[in-house]
Design a protein around this ligand. Structure first.
Ligand code: HEC
Ligand code: HEC
Length: 268
């Protein structure tokens, strides 16, 4: 009789244990998953950094800023903010986008073979192996997803706020900090006083007459159409050297401030 009771208690204890294990199993698996992810992200941060004491550092931070919010005045070259809703949108359109851009460089981003952003994959002669690429890609993707989860940021319609948008939205990476232009984009310093119809080193869009007409009618409307989708609005859908900036990349308030800033630039 006693043995039987013991047996019943044992079986009951075992089933409770099994049940508890089963109930907590998912949670346990999630915790393990998070630990792995955190390790991956931490390794990604090492790769991203420009820390001279760290042999694995690839120096993304030199161009994208130490925290990935974009290069600025004190960095030698300029890369866009990677904590960006626009990047999250691209990732949604193509789940492999960040991996491709990091592996093969800026040509994936802009089609520009002379892009300042180099290719990083060993496969194409870059310095990073697949494991390192995966770590830094996981980090950048986590930044983009975080940015997309933030509420839409409304900016004030001022020249100063527009100047910040100019940097944050990545215009600076092609048109330069002083709008002076570079290898990937023309000088646009005079855009507040006239439409630019002849681009030095860049082909003239096929819709150039429409560009002039729209600018004469309303410079703000022209700039809106140009920035949102220069190829669709002014080049018969053929890609220009300037990527489109849909709502997800540049919300209405950011675009308004950006244009206020641009119209303030008269090239004088
Ligand atoms: C020499 C400067 C430079 C370095 C170093 C650099 N980048 Fe970039 N990066 C850029 C520029 C410039 C662009 C924009 C490219 C273009 O439009 O041609 C860019 C674009 C990107 C993009 C695409 C952003 C978008 O919104 O589409 C990602 C992702 C990125 N870089 C990640 C990295 C990572 C990760 C590293 C380090 C392994 C790195 N970059 C190192 C300059 C750099
Ligand atoms: C990847 C490089 C690149 C980026 C990023 C870029 N542009 Fe451009 N932009 C160009 C090129 C190239 C042209 C010349 C058009 C062509 O290719 O024919 C241009 C042209 C222009 C013009 C001249 C329009 C005219 O004809 O009067 C303006 C204004 C302009 N860009 C503003 C911007 C702003 C504002 C941003 C950020 C929201 C931006 N660009 C981002 C490459 C770029």
């Amino acid at each position: 009789m006693r043995l039987k009771t013991l047996g019943v208690i044992l079986v009951a204890a075992l089933s409770i244990f099994t049940l508890l294990y089963w109930v907590t199993d998912n949670a346990r698996r999630e915790v393990i998953g998070e630990e792995v992810d955190e390790e991956l992200l931490a390794y990604g941060e090492v790769i991203f950094s420009a820390d001279p004491a760290e042999p694995a550092a690839a120096g993304c931070a030199n161009c994208h800023g130490a925290d990935g919010t974009g290069g600025g005045e004190d960095s030698p070259a300029i890369g866009p903010n990677l904590h960006s809703r626009g990047l999250a949108d691209k990732l949604r359109a193509n789940g492999n986008y960040v991996h491709l851009a990091v592996s093969y460089g800026g040509v994936v981003v802009s089609g520009n073979v002379d892009s300042a952003m180099p290719a990083w994959s060993y496969e194409v002669g870059g310095p990073l192996n697949e494991q390192q690429i995966e770590a830094v890609v996981a980090l950048v993707e986590s930044w983009a997803e975080e940015a997309a989860a933030e509420p839409v940021e409304e900016v004030e319609d001022t020249v100063e706020a527009g100047a910040e948008v100019y940097t944050a939205a990545g215009c600076v990476s092609c048109h330069g900090p002083e709008l002076e232009g570079g290898t990937a984009g023309p000088n646009i310093q005079g855009i507040g006083s006239d439409v630019i119809t002849e681009f030095e080193n860049f082909p003239t869009p096929s819709g150039v007459d429409q560009m002039i007409a729209d600018y004469e009618e309303d410079p703000r409307m022209f700039l809106e159409q140009w920035i949102r989708d220069s190829s669709g609005n002014y080049n018969d859908g053929e890609a220009t050297g300037m990527p489109p900036h849909p709502e997800g990349r540049l919300n209405e308030s950011q675009l308004t401030a950006l244009i206020t800033f641009l119209l303030d630039q008269t090239g004088e």
